[in-house]
Write a protein that binds this ligand. Sequence first.
Ligand code: FAD
Length: 310
Amino acid sequence: MSGIRPLRMVSVAAIGATAGYSACHYWNTTFFQFSTVHAESPPSDAQAALKKMVWKGFTELKLEKAEMVNHNVRRLTFALPDDQSITGVSPITSLLTRHTPEGGFIPVFRPYTPVSANDQPGYVTFMVKKYPNGKGSGKMHSLKPGDSMLFKPLHEFDYKPNEYSAMTFVAGGSGITPIYQLTRAILDNPEDKTKIALVYANNSEEDILLKNEFDDLAQKFPDRFNRTYVVSKTTPENEGTYQKGYITKAILSQVMPHKLNERNVKVLVSGPPPMIEAVAGAKGGFGWTQGSLGGILGELGYNKEEVHKF
Ligand SMILES: Cc1cc2nc3c(=O)[nH]c(=O)nc-3n(C[C@H](O)[C@H](O)[C@H](O)COP(=O)(O)OP(=O)(O)OC[C@H]3O[C@@H](n4cnc5c(N)ncnc54)[C@H](O)[C@@H]3O)c2cc1C
């Protein structure tokens, strides 16, 4: 990754010459920040050099590398303006992409959630699942290293350490990415005592994203984090390894025993609309509002304030 850094100043100048005003402003600002950092003597503490991105409207980032992680999910790594830049966003924040399809004139906006840490210097990484004829995911899967995409932070959910004593995360498919961002932020903070139970549903074992990462967290924080994988199509080899089928009331009651004697809980539900509807009731306003609480969580006695649907 560091091998392409020296080229960046050259490409910055080239883009500055041809792009519109906002891109010019952005890259020129970046150029001067870049020069300043390198003109100073190196900081004693590498962390001291880190600087949060200044997000003003949409920012252009270049794809540095990409790889398929399974049959329909691509991991994409975009370069931040320089080695000391971090996205600096707080959990849970996605980055809203914008592009105009070729031959069209109506821009397409889709959020994707970084799976790299928000204080990771130099780059930001996403995992994007491709949908047939998907406008946003199709674009993200078509990008080649060196291509650019426009991004803007989109804050989804406010989290304050220790705000809840226990949280349950119910995720399906690529809906896991915002959940991963928050899980890491909570567990990486030694001051935060929140306990987390994750229930993560997928079609097959191959579709489980970030499994190694979640398994590592479960090993590292056995008292604070447990995870349950639910797989609808098991194979003879992995039969018994996963909960088979779909997310049920029995599975959720098993991982959420704290509900019985604690009110200070929060449940986040993130995934495809049919899963959200089954677990917590459909969202309202064509997906823009939370809608009323229903589904399994409604049956289990949760109230609207205790549940957030993505
Ligand atoms: C807060 C937030 C964070 C997100 N983060 C990520 C992320 O990190 N990675 C990621 O891959 N996605 C993520 N998404 C989903 C992403 O924003 C898009 O909705 C997804 O890529 C589909 O968009 P599209 O333009 O490709 O498909 P569209 O052009 O909108 O739809 C194409 C077809 O796919 C179907 N479809 C669309 N979305 C879904 C779905 N969720 N489940 C089942 N069928 C669907 C449609 O019904 C349609 O038939 C996130 C969504 C939200 C709200």
